[in-house]
Design a protein around this ligand. Structure first.
Ligand SMILES: *Cc1c(COP(=O)(O)O)cnc(C)c1O
Length: 411
């Protein structure tokens, strides 16, 4: 690492709060699937800002849409609306196949989208009291879940290390194993909502057991609870479909609410809560929720450009095809113990030399030196979530380099 970047990283430590630890790179530009750091070194970005940059960096259509909007009208507050928010809400409802009478609330992040879903659950609980006439206040989430870092989203998140320093968190949330038996045992008429990620990204790209989501749909309906699906990481084409959950639900079935963020703005902060059907859409009334920035014209232009390119350029098919090709390549590499692949969201388990061996961290560092960006979700697990426009040739370059990265023992 040469002088310019070191100097900037020192200034970072002097000026920015240390919650992210020490960033390893100062990035200054990007194009397609590549980014460049402050020293001029180029990297293939196999993480895409953690499943965000769906179209890669500086996609011409995205840049044009955002620039034009910035030059015209960037922000207006929610006392007013703009054609962009109407168009993006309509498009989101359309591509996801949301049922008649569904609606969208725009926020600025995944945590905020889940906060809105949590508030929706509380209103549902009040509107549908239990058999004793008390508001339903229990919310069932899954073990290993990640739903964000704000207090409500954190209450939904399972990881003890994230939660413990900030207790007390909003009450009523229980974390159960992702099994049909656990869900059956947890559900009764005191539950307002069940919230699940169709693929648990932060946990290391863990899919739900076969049939789990379909059964969750049946059970929540039976007990009068909302089924909330967190598609913040898995949605908007990441797994090769607009919704990862649609492949796990019988045809014609839909969750009661879906949250989005990461890929939705293609790199601009946009979050959304989709409420399915008229009844759920009526739970939050005027004045019960809000945001200053959410849905602003600039964010909407970014979201609309992202969804339009994904649709027009058949990006979903690319994500499926290249994702499968990448998984095949990875499975053939010695030192790879297993690959979980959902479109272009991949968890790669590596062989450890001992139970304490942080092989994934070592490979992430070696990859960075070799010009590839990826991350580790655990001591032996890599996560790959590249731009959805990445090509087979691009990923072949990484697969070819991987044996060398795995062999880099010292770091
Ligand atoms: C990233 C993530 C969030 C939180 O989103 P932020 O934009 O960081 O607040 C919530 N849920 C899931 C599944 C995520 O992957």
């Amino acid at each position: 690492m040469s002088a310019r970047q070191d100097e900037l990283l020192e200034q970072y430590r002097d000026n920015l709060l240390g919650v992210f630890g020490d960033p390893s790179l100062v990035l200054v530009s990007g194009e397609g699937v590549h980014v460049t750091d402050a020293n001029g070194k180029r990297y293939m970005d196999l993480l895409a800002g953690i499943a965000v940059n769906a179209l890669g960096h500086a996609h011409p259509a995205w840049v044009r849409a955002v620039s034009e909007q910035a030059g015209s009208l960037a922000h207006i507050s929610n006392l007013f609306t703009s054609p962009g928010s109407i168009a993006l809400a309509h498009k989101l409802l359309d591509v996801t196949g949301a049922p008649e009478g569904s609606h969208v609330f725009f926020a600025n992040s995944g945590s905020e989208a889940n906060e809105a879903a949590f508030k929706l659950a509380r209103r549902h609980g009040a509107a549908h009291p239990d058999s004793q006439g008390r508001p339903r206040q229990r919310v069932i989430a899954l073990e290993h879940s990640f739903h964000g870092r704000t207090m409500g989203a954190l209450a939904l998140t399972a990881k003890e290390a994230y939660r413990a320093p900030f207790e007390p968190l909003p009450a009523g949330v229980e974390h159960v194993p992702a099994t049909v038996e656990a869900l059956e045992a947890a559900l009764d008429d005191t539950v307002s909502a069940v919230i699940v990620e169709p693929v648990q990204g932060e946990a290391g790209v863990l899919g739900l057991p076969e049939g789990f989501l379909a059964r969750a749909r049946e059970l929540t309906r039976e007990h009068g609870a909302l089924l909330v699906v967190d598609e913040v990481q898995s949605g908007i084409g990441r797994t090769g479909a607009w919704l990862a959950s649609s492949a796990q639900l019988p045809a014609g079935e839909f969750p009661d609410a879906v949250t989005f963020a990461k890929g939705l703005g293609g790199g601009f902060p946009v979050g959304a809560l989709l409420t399915a059907g008229p009844e759920v859409s009526g739970l939050l009334s005027a004045g019960q929720h809000g945001t200053t920035f959410g849905g602003n014209p600039l964010a909407m232009a970014a979201g609309l450009a992202t969804l339009t390119v994904i649709e027009d350029e058949d990006v979903l098919a690319n994500a499926r095809r290249v994702g499968e090709h990448l998984a095949q390549g990875l499975r053939a590499v010695g030192g790879v113990a297993g690959v979980r692949q959902y479109g272009l969201l991949l968890g790669v388990d590596l062989v450890q030399e001992g139970p304490e061996d942080p092989v994934a961290q070592r490979v992430v560092a070696a990859a960075r030196d070799a010009g590839f960006i990826l991350n580790a979700t655990g001591p032996a697990t890599l996560r790959l979530a590249p731009p959805l426009i990445i090509t087979e040739r691009d990923v072949d370059e990484f697969v070819a380099a991987l044996p060398r990265l795995l062999a880099a023992r010292e770091h």
